[in-house]
Design a protein around this ligand. Sequence first.
Ligand code: ATP
Ligand code: LTN
Length: 344
Amino acid sequence: MSTSTAPTGKPAKAASPAKRERVFSGIAPSGTPTLGNYIGAIRHWAAEQDIYDNIFCVVDLHAITVPQDPAELRFNTRQLYALLIAAGLDPARSSIFVQSHMHEHTELTWVLDCITPTGWLNRMTQFKVKAGEDRELASAGLYTYPVLMAADILLYQTDGVPVGEDQKQHVELARDVANSFNNRFGETFVEPRPIIREVGARIMSLDDPSKKMSKSGSDNSYIALIDEPAAIRKKIARATTDSERTIVFDENRPAIFNLLTIYQALTGQSQQAIEAEFAGKGYKEFKAALADIVVATLEPVQQRYKALMDDPASLDALMAEGAAKVRPLAQATLRTVLEKVGLR
Ligand code: ATP
Ligand code: LTN
Protein backbone atom coordinates (compact mmCIF):
# COMPACT_ATOMS: atom_id res chain seq x y z
CA MET A 1 0.00 0.00 0.00
CA SER A 2 2.80 2.39 0.80
CA THR A 3 4.17 2.00 -2.74
CA SER A 4 0.91 3.02 -4.46
CA THR A 5 0.74 6.24 -6.40
CA ALA A 6 -1.68 9.00 -5.47
CA PRO A 7 -3.96 10.39 -8.25
CA THR A 8 -1.83 13.55 -8.41
CA GLY A 9 1.09 11.48 -9.60
CA LYS A 10 3.04 12.08 -6.40
CA PRO A 11 4.00 8.97 -4.44
CA ALA A 12 1.51 8.40 -1.61
CA LYS A 13 2.89 8.95 1.85
CA ALA A 14 3.81 5.70 3.58
CA ALA A 15 1.12 4.96 6.13
CA SER A 16 2.85 5.75 9.42
CA PRO A 17 3.04 2.52 11.40
CA ALA A 18 0.31 2.53 14.04
CA LYS A 19 0.42 6.22 14.91
CA ARG A 20 -1.64 6.60 18.02
CA GLU A 21 -4.35 9.21 18.30
CA ARG A 22 -3.62 11.85 20.87
CA VAL A 23 -6.12 12.41 23.67
CA PHE A 24 -6.12 15.27 26.15
CA SER A 25 -8.28 15.49 29.23
CA GLY A 26 -8.42 17.81 32.19
CA ILE A 27 -9.82 17.74 35.68
CA ALA A 28 -10.11 20.74 37.99
CA PRO A 29 -8.68 20.80 41.54
CA SER A 30 -11.98 22.21 42.82
CA GLY A 31 -12.32 19.73 45.72
CA THR A 32 -11.35 16.17 46.62
CA PRO A 33 -12.02 13.82 43.70
CA THR A 34 -14.94 11.46 44.16
CA LEU A 35 -15.91 7.93 43.30
CA GLY A 36 -17.93 9.53 40.46
CA ASN A 37 -14.76 11.04 38.96
CA TYR A 38 -13.05 7.66 39.33
CA ILE A 39 -15.81 5.52 37.80
CA GLY A 40 -16.81 8.01 35.10
CA ALA A 41 -13.39 9.25 34.07
CA ILE A 42 -10.11 8.40 35.80
CA ARG A 43 -10.29 4.60 35.62
CA HIS A 44 -11.10 4.75 31.89
CA TRP A 45 -8.22 7.14 31.26
CA ALA A 46 -5.99 4.67 33.10
CA ALA A 47 -7.32 1.62 31.25
CA GLU A 48 -6.88 3.22 27.82
CA GLN A 49 -3.31 4.45 28.24
CA ASP A 50 -1.92 1.89 25.81
CA ILE A 51 -4.46 2.76 23.12
CA TYR A 52 -3.75 6.47 22.89
CA ASP A 53 -0.95 8.98 23.16
CA ASN A 54 -2.19 10.51 26.42
CA ILE A 55 -1.98 13.92 28.01
CA PHE A 56 -3.71 14.57 31.34
CA CYS A 57 -3.84 17.92 33.03
CA VAL A 58 -4.77 19.22 36.48
CA VAL A 59 -6.49 22.41 35.35
CA ASP A 60 -5.81 24.80 38.21
CA LEU A 61 -6.36 27.86 36.00
CA HIS A 62 -9.92 26.64 35.49
CA ALA A 63 -10.41 26.28 39.25
CA ILE A 64 -9.95 30.03 39.85
CA THR A 65 -12.88 30.97 37.59
CA VAL A 66 -14.87 30.68 40.83
CA PRO A 67 -13.50 31.86 44.22
CA GLN A 68 -10.92 29.51 45.77
CA ASP A 69 -8.98 29.72 49.02
CA PRO A 70 -5.28 29.98 48.01
CA ALA A 71 -3.96 27.43 50.53
CA GLU A 72 -6.75 24.99 49.66
CA LEU A 73 -6.12 25.40 45.93
CA ARG A 74 -2.41 24.73 46.43
CA PHE A 75 -3.22 21.58 48.44
CA ASN A 76 -6.02 20.39 46.13
CA THR A 77 -3.74 20.65 43.11
CA ARG A 78 -1.08 18.40 44.68
CA GLN A 79 -3.70 16.05 46.06
CA LEU A 80 -5.43 15.64 42.71
CA TYR A 81 -2.11 15.13 40.92
CA ALA A 82 -1.10 12.43 43.43
CA LEU A 83 -4.52 10.77 43.26
CA LEU A 84 -4.45 10.58 39.46
CA ILE A 85 -1.21 8.64 39.65
CA ALA A 86 -2.40 6.57 42.63
CA ALA A 87 -5.55 5.66 40.68
CA GLY A 88 -3.54 4.32 37.75
CA LEU A 89 -2.32 7.13 35.48
CA ASP A 90 1.24 6.12 34.74
CA PRO A 91 3.85 8.87 34.26
CA ALA A 92 5.87 6.45 32.13
CA ARG A 93 3.05 5.97 29.62
CA SER A 94 1.23 9.32 29.85
CA SER A 95 2.15 12.96 30.25
CA ILE A 96 0.58 14.27 33.44
CA PHE A 97 1.07 17.92 34.35
CA VAL A 98 -0.34 20.98 36.09
CA GLN A 99 -1.86 23.58 33.75
CA SER A 100 -0.36 26.70 35.38
CA HIS A 101 3.15 25.22 35.08
CA MET A 102 2.83 25.84 31.35
CA HIS A 103 2.46 29.57 30.56
CA GLU A 104 1.65 28.67 26.94
CA HIS A 105 -1.98 27.94 27.95
CA THR A 106 -2.67 31.52 29.01
CA GLU A 107 -0.82 32.99 26.02
CA LEU A 108 -2.71 30.92 23.49
CA THR A 109 -5.96 31.71 25.31
CA TRP A 110 -5.53 35.44 24.64
CA VAL A 111 -5.05 34.90 20.91
CA LEU A 112 -8.06 32.57 20.78
CA ASP A 113 -10.13 35.02 22.87
CA CYS A 114 -9.55 37.53 20.10
CA ILE A 115 -10.96 35.30 17.35
CA THR A 116 -13.89 33.83 19.33
CA PRO A 117 -17.20 35.64 18.72
CA THR A 118 -18.98 36.51 21.97
CA GLY A 119 -22.12 35.01 20.42
CA TRP A 120 -20.52 31.56 20.67
CA LEU A 121 -19.79 32.06 24.37
CA ASN A 122 -23.35 33.29 25.01
CA ARG A 123 -24.61 29.88 23.91
CA MET A 124 -22.59 27.92 26.51
CA THR A 125 -25.08 26.31 28.84
CA GLN A 126 -22.62 25.52 31.65
CA PHE A 127 -21.91 29.23 32.17
CA LYS A 128 -25.59 29.84 32.76
CA VAL A 129 -25.67 27.09 35.41
CA LYS A 130 -22.38 27.98 37.11
CA ALA A 131 -22.94 31.74 37.09
CA GLY A 132 -26.10 31.28 39.16
CA GLU A 133 -28.75 33.90 39.81
CA ASP A 134 -26.69 37.06 39.52
CA ARG A 135 -24.90 36.66 36.21
CA GLU A 136 -23.44 40.18 36.40
CA LEU A 137 -21.31 39.07 39.36
CA ALA A 138 -19.81 36.03 37.64
CA SER A 139 -16.17 36.57 36.65
CA ALA A 140 -15.08 37.30 33.08
CA GLY A 141 -12.86 34.21 33.52
CA LEU A 142 -15.91 32.01 34.08
CA TYR A 143 -17.46 33.48 30.93
CA THR A 144 -14.38 32.86 28.75
CA TYR A 145 -13.52 29.51 30.41
CA PRO A 146 -14.40 27.54 27.24
CA VAL A 147 -11.67 29.45 25.37
CA LEU A 148 -9.08 28.45 27.99
CA MET A 149 -10.32 24.88 27.56
CA ALA A 150 -9.95 25.23 23.78
CA ALA A 151 -6.37 26.42 24.28
CA ASP A 152 -5.64 23.40 26.52
CA ILE A 153 -6.82 21.08 23.76
CA LEU A 154 -5.45 22.87 20.68
CA LEU A 155 -1.98 23.51 22.10
CA TYR A 156 -1.26 19.77 21.89
CA GLN A 157 -2.80 19.10 18.45
CA THR A 158 -5.30 16.80 20.16
CA ASP A 159 -7.41 14.34 18.16
CA GLY A 160 -9.87 13.25 20.86
CA VAL A 161 -11.10 14.62 24.16
CA PRO A 162 -12.62 12.08 26.59
CA VAL A 163 -15.22 14.02 28.57
CA GLY A 164 -18.65 13.71 30.15
CA GLU A 165 -21.75 14.76 28.23
CA ASP A 166 -21.76 18.14 30.03
CA GLN A 167 -18.46 19.08 28.38
CA LYS A 168 -19.41 18.14 24.82
CA GLN A 169 -20.45 21.68 23.96
CA HIS A 170 -17.07 23.02 25.10
CA VAL A 171 -15.17 20.52 22.94
CA GLU A 172 -17.34 21.49 19.97
CA LEU A 173 -16.48 25.12 20.64
CA ALA A 174 -12.77 24.17 20.62
CA ARG A 175 -13.32 22.52 17.27
CA ASP A 176 -15.10 25.61 15.88
CA VAL A 177 -12.33 27.88 17.16
CA ALA A 178 -9.68 25.64 15.53
CA ASN A 179 -11.61 25.63 12.28
CA SER A 180 -12.06 29.40 12.32
CA PHE A 181 -8.34 29.97 13.00
CA ASN A 182 -7.34 27.49 10.27
CA ASN A 183 -9.61 29.22 7.74
CA ARG A 184 -8.27 32.65 8.54
CA PHE A 185 -4.56 31.94 8.99
CA GLY A 186 -3.99 28.59 7.24
CA GLU A 187 -3.83 25.03 8.62
CA THR A 188 -2.52 25.30 12.17
CA PHE A 189 -4.60 23.20 14.54
CA VAL A 190 -5.92 19.65 14.53
CA GLU A 191 -9.72 19.92 14.87
CA PRO A 192 -10.56 17.76 17.91
CA ARG A 193 -13.62 15.62 18.56
CA PRO A 194 -15.28 14.73 21.85
CA ILE A 195 -15.01 11.10 23.00
CA ILE A 196 -18.16 10.48 25.04
CA ARG A 197 -18.65 7.28 26.96
CA GLU A 198 -21.97 5.47 26.62
CA VAL A 199 -24.57 6.05 29.33
CA GLY A 200 -24.52 4.22 32.63
CA ALA A 201 -21.29 5.89 33.68
CA ARG A 202 -23.00 8.74 35.49
CA ILE A 203 -22.81 8.22 39.24
CA MET A 204 -25.42 10.12 41.22
CA SER A 205 -25.32 11.77 44.63
CA LEU A 206 -25.86 9.40 47.59
CA ASP A 207 -28.36 11.68 49.31
CA ASP A 208 -30.17 12.92 46.21
CA PRO A 209 -30.11 10.55 43.23
CA SER A 210 -31.49 13.27 40.95
CA LYS A 211 -28.15 15.11 41.15
CA LYS A 212 -24.75 14.03 39.88
CA MET A 213 -22.16 13.02 42.49
CA SER A 214 -19.80 15.99 42.47
CA LYS A 215 -16.65 17.00 44.34
CA SER A 216 -18.21 20.36 45.11
CA GLY A 217 -21.36 18.76 46.58
CA SER A 218 -22.29 18.35 50.29
CA ASP A 219 -20.28 15.93 52.49
CA ASN A 220 -22.76 13.05 52.58
CA SER A 221 -23.48 13.26 48.87
CA TYR A 222 -20.18 11.80 47.68
CA ILE A 223 -17.50 9.27 48.52
CA ALA A 224 -14.12 10.95 48.26
CA LEU A 225 -11.26 8.81 46.96
CA ILE A 226 -9.46 9.45 50.25
CA ASP A 227 -12.38 8.66 52.60
CA GLU A 228 -11.48 6.29 55.46
CA PRO A 229 -13.17 2.85 55.38
CA ALA A 230 -15.38 3.78 58.34
CA ALA A 231 -16.61 6.93 56.58
CA ILE A 232 -17.28 4.99 53.38
CA ARG A 233 -19.34 2.39 55.26
CA LYS A 234 -21.29 5.10 57.05
CA LYS A 235 -22.06 7.08 53.89
CA ILE A 236 -23.24 3.97 52.05
CA ALA A 237 -25.33 2.80 55.01
CA ARG A 238 -27.02 6.22 55.07
CA ALA A 239 -27.47 6.50 51.31
CA THR A 240 -31.05 7.15 50.21
CA THR A 241 -33.07 4.12 49.11
CA ASP A 242 -36.80 3.62 48.55
CA SER A 243 -39.63 1.81 50.29
CA GLU A 244 -39.51 -1.26 48.07
CA ARG A 245 -37.40 -4.26 48.98
CA THR A 246 -36.10 -5.95 45.84
CA ILE A 247 -32.56 -5.33 44.67
CA VAL A 248 -32.97 -4.93 40.93
CA PHE A 249 -31.72 -2.56 38.21
CA ASP A 250 -34.86 -0.47 37.75
CA GLU A 251 -34.29 3.03 36.35
CA ASN A 252 -37.54 4.13 37.93
CA ARG A 253 -35.94 3.54 41.32
CA PRO A 254 -32.98 5.91 40.92
CA ALA A 255 -31.44 5.52 44.40
CA ILE A 256 -30.99 1.73 44.36
CA PHE A 257 -30.23 1.87 40.64
CA ASN A 258 -27.33 4.21 41.40
CA LEU A 259 -25.92 1.97 44.16
CA LEU A 260 -26.21 -1.05 41.88
CA THR A 261 -24.47 0.89 39.10
CA ILE A 262 -21.53 1.55 41.42
CA TYR A 263 -21.47 -2.15 42.38
CA GLN A 264 -21.52 -3.16 38.72
CA ALA A 265 -18.82 -0.67 37.72
CA LEU A 266 -16.46 -1.88 40.43
CA THR A 267 -17.06 -5.64 40.13
CA GLY A 268 -17.50 -5.83 36.36
CA GLN A 269 -20.35 -8.35 36.88
CA SER A 270 -23.46 -8.42 34.71
CA GLN A 271 -26.74 -6.95 35.95
CA GLN A 272 -28.30 -10.43 35.96
CA ALA A 273 -25.50 -11.90 38.05
CA ILE A 274 -25.79 -9.09 40.59
CA GLU A 275 -29.58 -9.38 40.80
CA ALA A 276 -29.23 -13.15 41.30
CA GLU A 277 -26.62 -12.64 44.02
CA PHE A 278 -28.96 -10.39 46.01
CA ALA A 279 -32.28 -12.10 45.29
CA GLY A 280 -34.16 -12.50 48.56
CA LYS A 281 -31.66 -10.32 50.43
CA GLY A 282 -32.27 -6.89 51.95
CA TYR A 283 -30.79 -3.42 51.52
CA LYS A 284 -28.63 -3.90 54.59
CA GLU A 285 -26.80 -6.89 53.17
CA PHE A 286 -26.45 -5.29 49.76
CA LYS A 287 -25.09 -2.05 51.22
CA ALA A 288 -22.56 -3.97 53.35
CA ALA A 289 -21.36 -5.85 50.24
CA LEU A 290 -21.16 -2.59 48.28
CA ALA A 291 -19.17 -0.92 51.05
CA ASP A 292 -16.73 -3.87 51.06
CA ILE A 293 -16.16 -3.48 47.33
CA VAL A 294 -15.68 0.29 47.51
CA VAL A 295 -13.26 -0.02 50.45
CA ALA A 296 -11.30 -2.78 48.70
CA THR A 297 -11.12 -0.75 45.47
CA LEU A 298 -9.91 2.39 47.19
CA GLU A 299 -7.47 0.80 49.62
CA PRO A 300 -4.55 0.36 47.19
CA VAL A 301 -5.26 3.79 45.67
CA GLN A 302 -5.10 5.34 49.14
CA GLN A 303 -1.85 3.55 49.97
CA ARG A 304 -0.16 4.82 46.82
CA TYR A 305 -1.61 8.28 47.42
CA LYS A 306 -0.20 8.41 50.92
CA ALA A 307 3.26 7.36 49.75
CA LEU A 308 3.24 10.10 47.08
CA MET A 309 2.06 12.80 49.50
CA ASP A 310 4.64 11.72 52.09
CA ASP A 311 7.43 12.43 49.61
CA PRO A 312 6.87 16.02 48.41
CA ALA A 313 10.21 16.25 46.59
CA SER A 314 9.38 13.24 44.40
CA LEU A 315 5.92 14.63 43.71
CA ASP A 316 7.48 17.95 42.66
CA ALA A 317 9.86 16.06 40.39
CA LEU A 318 7.00 14.13 38.76
CA MET A 319 5.12 17.39 38.12
CA ALA A 320 8.22 18.99 36.60
CA GLU A 321 8.87 15.93 34.40
CA GLY A 322 5.25 15.90 33.24
CA ALA A 323 5.46 19.55 32.15
CA ALA A 324 8.85 19.00 30.53
CA LYS A 325 7.41 16.19 28.41
CA VAL A 326 4.65 18.35 26.90
CA ARG A 327 6.60 21.63 26.69
CA PRO A 328 8.22 21.14 23.23
CA LEU A 329 4.84 20.54 21.59
CA ALA A 330 3.19 23.49 23.36
CA GLN A 331 6.08 25.79 22.44
CA ALA A 332 6.00 24.71 18.81
CA THR A 333 2.25 25.30 18.49
CA LEU A 334 2.40 28.67 20.22
CA ARG A 335 5.33 29.83 18.09
CA THR A 336 3.43 28.96 14.89
CA VAL A 337 0.33 30.76 16.15
CA LEU A 338 2.24 33.92 17.07
CA GLU A 339 3.92 33.96 13.65
CA LYS A 340 0.66 33.43 11.77
CA VAL A 341 -1.08 36.21 13.64
CA GLY A 342 1.82 38.62 13.09
CA LEU A 343 3.08 38.79 16.64
CA ARG A 344 6.52 37.40 15.66
P1 ATP B 1 -17.15 20.09 40.07
O1 ATP B 1 -17.94 19.69 41.28
O2 ATP B 1 -15.96 20.94 40.35
O3 ATP B 1 -18.00 20.59 38.93
P2 ATP B 1 -17.08 17.33 39.24
O4 ATP B 1 -16.79 16.39 40.35
O5 ATP B 1 -18.49 17.47 38.83
O6 ATP B 1 -16.47 18.75 39.54
P3 ATP B 1 -15.36 17.52 36.91
O7 ATP B 1 -14.06 18.00 37.44
O8 ATP B 1 -16.22 18.48 36.14
O9 ATP B 1 -16.21 16.81 38.04
O10 ATP B 1 -15.13 16.26 35.98
C1 ATP B 1 -13.95 15.52 35.85
C2 ATP B 1 -14.29 14.25 35.08
O11 ATP B 1 -15.07 13.38 35.91
C3 ATP B 1 -15.13 14.53 33.83
O12 ATP B 1 -14.66 13.71 32.77
C4 ATP B 1 -16.54 14.12 34.24
O13 ATP B 1 -17.31 13.68 33.15
C5 ATP B 1 -16.29 13.01 35.26
N1 ATP B 1 -17.34 12.97 36.29
C6 ATP B 1 -17.58 13.93 37.22
N2 ATP B 1 -18.59 13.58 38.04
C7 ATP B 1 -19.03 12.37 37.59
C8 ATP B 1 -20.07 11.48 38.02
N3 ATP B 1 -20.84 11.76 39.05
N4 ATP B 1 -20.23 10.31 37.35
C9 ATP B 1 -19.44 10.02 36.32
N5 ATP B 1 -18.45 10.80 35.85
C10 ATP B 1 -18.23 11.97 36.49
N1 LTN C 1 -13.94 21.83 31.77
C1 LTN C 1 -13.60 20.48 32.12
C2 LTN C 1 -12.18 20.36 32.60
C3 LTN C 1 -11.24 20.71 31.48
C4 LTN C 1 -10.98 19.92 30.34
C5 LTN C 1 -10.03 20.66 29.57
C6 LTN C 1 -11.44 18.67 29.91
C7 LTN C 1 -10.48 21.84 31.37
N2 LTN C 1 -9.75 21.80 30.24
C8 LTN C 1 -9.57 20.17 28.36
C9 LTN C 1 -10.96 18.20 28.68
C10 LTN C 1 -10.05 18.95 27.93
C11 LTN C 1 -14.55 20.02 33.25
O1 LTN C 1 -15.11 20.82 33.91
N3 LTN C 1 -14.68 18.73 33.43
